[in-house]
Design a protein around this ligand. Structure first.
Ligand SMILES: Cc1cc2nc3c(=O)[nH]c(=O)nc-3n(C[C@H](O)[C@H](O)[C@H](O)COP(=O)(O)OP(=O)(O)OC[C@H]3O[C@@H](n4cnc5c(N)ncnc54)[C@H](O)[C@@H]3O)c2cc1C
Length: 420
């Protein structure tokens, strides 16, 4: 009698299992050389913007609206936008934009006085909504970018006034550069709602100060109002404050000994006037001192093409040119719309060179005009400052502080936070 092997079915199952495992292993090995993760298989973006500030985003959004199939990548070094000042946006700066219902909503909301960070967040939200990609990392050089994305045809430098793209492509030397004015901003917070000084109080106060002054009062939020006192200073005063930076500004209390005497006196007079006349109560220790150079400059060129590599570069926003007196962002919005239109036409290959050339010409003319306007404003400000100081010594003054009040503003303790 043949004894039945009861383990036979079990062994057969094991054998099949072994075959399946072996086949799986073979499959993995055969994939080995050719396999790439999904993101490596993706083609390079059509457009790369270095820097996702407001002007870059404004340009990229319009390009995406014009060319919905275009793959647009922004590379930005900061996850949270660093600028947080109040801007004055003129409606006319949105001229030449693409017509789109979502963009219209945004334009309606974003004019007049707008916080830079608010503008940035609204633009960022829309950009992501319509499919623009953002990578957060610092781009250290254009060649690094090209080796990572060899097939990207268009690289746009929207990386601000110290543009790395501009330096790599055009060089360190600017086409034009001149310091027009030097200012010192005293940024502080007021408890509750702050009031702007009326011209009837601002003028006689400026007359007894050592510097021409003006102020900006922001919107109050969470029980405090941001205020900026702006003083026009000479180059030496500006240079003496070079230790105070945006990242580490001097604070009026602890760093008072680092502030030149004449400037300290001007600040004190203004703060006292605001405290006495308007009952202004500052948030202790909030008074930051920021020296700012008001410079007009432009890049020596705005677009550059390398036909042999099938690659073009363009600059937009502060990377291309900048002028003081509240015009830089406004200009950036204006020529950002032009660049979006030019790049969109670039997707129809044969019209690319002419479109970029047209964009460049637009910028050359705009920069020339804006620099001339800024220089005129600067001259006007100097003459005004001279007239104000003159009007303090003539005998026929109409609007001035009496001796008692002037003395009070000069001597009262402004109550800065004491050094710790
Ligand atoms: C106090 C103050 C008040 C102003 N008020 C006005 C006003 O009222 N009206 C007006 O028109 N203008 C005003 N301006 C000017 C305005 O703020 C700028 O023109 C505007 O912010 C420029 O925008 P942008 O997108 O070109 O550059 P930016 O805002 O500078 O953005 C550039 C972006 O590029 C990123 N970046 C830079 N380098 C790299 C890199 N290597 N890799 C990756 N990312 C990078 C930065 O992180 C940044 O996010 C004011 C400026 C100041 C300082």
């Amino acid at each position: 009698m043949i004894k039945e092997d009861i383990t036979k079915p079990l062994r057969r199952t094991f054998l099949w299992m072994k075959v399946i495992v072996l086949l799986c292993l073979l499959q993995t090995v055969s994939y080995g050389s050719g396999f790439q993760p999904a993101n490596e298989q993706e083609k390079d973006p059509d457009f790369i913007f270095v820097g996702a500030g407001p002007v870059g985003l404004w340009t990229g959004i319009q390009l995406k609206i014009r060319q919905p199939d275009a793959d647009i990548l922004f590379i930005e070094r900061h996850e949270v936008y660093k600028r947080n000042h109040t801007l004055r946006i003129n409606k006319s700066s949105y001229a030449g934009r693409v017509v789109d219902p979502e963009l219209e909503k945004l334009v309606k909301e974003l004019n007049g006085h707008v916080r830079n960070s608010y503008l940035e967040n609204r633009l960022l939200g829309l950009a992501k909504e319509i499919g623009i990609r953002i990578n957060y990392k610092k781009v250290t050089g254009v060649s690094e970018l090209i080796s990572e994305f060899p097939d990207t045809q268009f690289i746009i430098g929207s990386d601000g006034s110290h543009s790395m793209v501009r330096k790599s492509i055009v060089g360190e030397t600017l086409g034009f550069q001149r310091d027009l004015k030097y200012i010192v901003d005293i940024k502080y917070e007021v408890k509750g709602q702050a009031m702007r000084a009326s011209y009837l109080n601002e003028y006689p106060t400026t007359k007894i100060m050592n510097h021409l002054a003006t102020e900006y009062v922001g919107r109050s939020m969470d029980g405090v109002t941001p205020v900026t006192l702006r003083l026009f200073v000479d180059r030496d005063t500006f240079m003496s404050l070079s230790g105070s930076t945006f990242a580490n500004p001097y604070i009026l209390g602890p760093d008072r000994n680092k502030i030149p005497k004449a400037l300290d006196e001007s600040i004190k007079i203004w703060m006292n006037m605001k405290a006495v006349i308007y009952g202004e109560k500052r948030v202790e220790g909030s008074e930051k001192v920021l020296p700012i150079r008001l410079q007009a400059y432009n890049s020596s060129s705005f677009v550059k093409s390398f036909p042999e590599e099938n690659r073009s570069f363009a600059l937009v926003g502060d990377a291309a040119f900048g002028v003081p007196f509240f015009r830089s962002l406004n200009n950036g919005l204006l020529f950002g719309s032009q660049l979006a239109s030019a790049l969109s036409r670039c997707m129809e290959k044969d019209r690319c060179e002419a479109s970029l050339e047209k964009y460049s010409k637009f910028l050359v003319n705009l920069a020339k005009k804006e620099i001339a306007v800024a220089e005129t404003k600067s001259t006007f400000l100097s003459s005004f400052g001279w007239l104000v100081s003159l009007s303090n010594i003539v005998p026929w003054q109409l609007n001035y502080w009496g001796k008692k009040k002037a003395e009070l503003f000069k001597t009262r303790d402004p109550g800065y936070q004491n050094p710790i």
